[in-house]
Design a protein around this ligand. Sequence first.
Ligand code: GTP
Ligand code: MG
Length: 197
Amino acid sequence: NQKPVQVKLVLLGEAAVGKSSVVLRFVQNDFQEYKEPTIGAAFLTQKCRLEDKVIKFEIWDTAGQERFRSLAPMYYRNALSAVVVYDITSSSSFDKAKSWVKELQRQASPNVIIALVGNKLDLVEKSEENEDYLDDVASFDQNAVSEPSQTHSRAISRDEAQAYAEESNLLFFETSAKTSEGVVEVFTEIAKKIPHE
Ligand code: GTP
Ligand code: MG
């Protein structure tokens, strides 16, 4: 019998970092390998049930392409929460995320809840596991080690992003829209921070 609390949420970040994919995973538990770029913005809703309240997210998934840049303020202006996404294999996308955070802290509502999300964790996880494995084997027999197959490498360490998030007062997560790792947590942790009505 609990009435959901409606919460506007905006997603921001460089093109192709996976904003729409994170939302698709959260709203429909689905993933598309070839997702078309967002034009303008997309609107979706999804509920998040906590023990003591139900949050209904009204999600504005903005377009990252530069030509849509000027639309962003329309979507973040009255948003209670913002998810700023970067791709952990792209340092330019992390710089872009930082500039969105700055803009939000200056222009969005003063108590906006901001989450920083490093997406595409699946691209590096295999190789990071492999590196641990290689460390183990290397100490045993150097010659037994062959080069790992070509994989994406991490551009932004978890520690660097975490430190930046802490000093800027942001929630911080790493996710994979592809495997779903970490995605629900982003929205649940934001929901927990929404004050009771
Ligand atoms: P714009 O709408 O142009 O701003 O892009 P976007 O940030 O919404 O990116 P989108 O969700 O369209 O994803 C871009 C591409 O990255 C698509 O081909 C996705 O399949 C892929 N992608 C998104 N998230 C992940 C992920 O977690 N892992 C992997 N491997 N690929 C991903
Ligand atoms: Mg998109």
